[in-house]
Design a protein around this ligand. Structure first.
Ligand code: SAM
Ligand code: SF4
Length: 329
């Protein structure tokens, strides 16, 4: 098991497949100037599958989510999914993507064994999409969502970050749209993980504000603490259900006490927390002939250093050196 000193057990692995992206979301990346990881530093497909195998067979991981950067930019994605789906025990496999390219790939990913998908979309308006992502790809995302739904990747979740003065007036519209299409919408509070370190607590649209805006149009009934479990999203039934909406209040309603995550970056570093400032290198040992048992031992040791919380409320909080796109959100 991957257990930390507070007794939390990590069963949910986030694997970043690349730090590159075809969007430049303002809360994540600068317009230009971000240094990409060097190709030889990236884990190969074989190395990724080996790491996932060790996590699943030796360390008790049951959920694997591929992310990035933009994971659909990784040429070997379907092969990685297929090989991970063949592992015994088979982990549940999911993907977080901006949806660009899904129109072409959703069916193949489903066939390869992908179970679930989260597509990030912050606005229903193409002009606001351009302001937020600096690219004109709104229709690609909408088409990608439709393709994922048609491919049977259900429940299809949509991740939304609200930015003050940009798309914070769209919360209820987005929920109405998600209900219409059968997507489960989850709002994520903006976190201090942007490469340009521009996050300001005072600018952040809080979970309370988001719930308030939704309540102006919908009746929300809390699903309750027992249902939240280790899930970061607090969920509400919308207009009596069965449709639901989630809010991930990572900043104002942290879920660190129930955290069950472990993370692997595209260059083979284990991170025990999104906000950790330390990483543990597994790529070096992997490439110098370490056995599965040795890698598993190093991974366990990395998790022992997991802190009780994110430290976001500490006045001395320092953002991790890597941005969200390089950690794997
Ligand atoms: N490119 C893919 C995507 O956008 O879904 C996967 C990687 S992205 C880093 C994963 C998720 O993190 C997205 O839903 C994105 O909106 C979210 N995200 C990125 N930067 C964030 C920030 N500073 N605060 C909160 N969420 C953020
Ligand atoms: Fe790319 Fe995802 Fe970051 Fe947007 S949030 S820039 S889509 S990695």
């Amino acid at each position: 098991m991957l257990i930390d000193t507070y007794g939390r057990v990590a069963t949910d692995l986030r694997v970043s497949l690349t730090d590159r992206c075809n969007l430049r979301c303002t809360y994540c990346m600068p317009e230009e100037g971000l240094q990409w990881l060097a190709k030889p530093d990236l884990l190969t497909d074989d190395e990724i599958v080996r790491m996932v195998r060790i996590a699943v067979t030796d360390l008790g991981v049951t959920e694997v989510r591929f992310t990035g950067g933009e994971p659909l930019l990784r040429p070997g994605l379907a092969g990685i999914v297929e090989r991970c789906a063949a592992l015994d025990p088979r982990p549940r496999l999911s993907l977080t993507t901006n949806g660009i390219g899904l129109r072409r790939t959703a069916a193949a990913l489903r066939a390869a064994g992908l179970d679930r998908i989260n597509v990030s979309l912050d606005t229903l308006r193409p002009d606001v999409f351009h302001t937020l992502t600096r690219r004109d790809r709104h229709s690609d995302v909408i088409e990608g969502l439709a393709a994922a739904s048609a491919a049977g990747l259900a429940p299809l979740k949509v991740n939304t970050v609200l930015m003050r003065g940009v798309n914070d007036n769209e919360a209820a519209d987005l929920l109405g749209w998600a209900l219409e299409h059968g997507y489960e919408l989850r709002f994520i509070e903006q976190m201090p993980l942007d490469a340009q370190h521009g996050w300001q607590r005072g600018d952040m649209v809080t979970a309370d504000e988001i719930i308030g805006s939704l309540r102006s149009r919908f009746t929300l009934t809390p699903e309750g603490e027992s249902v939240r479990g280790s899930a970061p999203a607090e969920r509400w039934l919308v207009d009596g259900g069965p449709a639901r909406v989630g809010v991930i209040g990572s900043v104002t309603r942290p879920f660190c006490r129930a955290c069950d995550r472990t993370r692997l970056t595209a260059d083979g570093q284990v991170r025990n927390c999104l906000f950790a400032r330390e990483e543990s290198d597994l790529r070096g040992p992997l490439r110098s002939g370490a056995s599965d048992a040795e890698i598993a031992g190093l991974w366990r040791a990395a998790m022992l250093g997991k802190k009780a919380g994110s430290g976001l409320d500490d006045p001395a909080f320092l953002q991790p050196d890597r941005p969200m796109s390089a950690i794997g959100g």
